[in-house]
Design a protein. Sequence first.
Length: 105
Amino acid sequence: MFGLGPTELIIIAVIVLLIFGAKRLPEIGKGLGGAIREFKNVKEELSTKKTADEEQDPDNTSTKKEGSSPTLGAKVADKVLEQVPGVKKAMDIKKKAEKIKELVK
């Protein structure tokens, strides 16, 4: 694992314990576990959708539509926006401004 031996891992664990404290470690672990689980779910969802699309059109002759499904990065960004309320409000304002710009054109 990256050339780290048990001694280095123990030292890293002690430093993390000192920085965050014993009370916060379970919260951090729960957050990391949830994030990893969400990444796996999105990855599986995208892979199943991709295989379903390939089964429907194996020659890939169809062109992509503008409103096609969002990419992995877009889905992750949406999750972050859901969890950080200030950023979500800012993005909503930005979307409204873009709609107004399109109407003005």
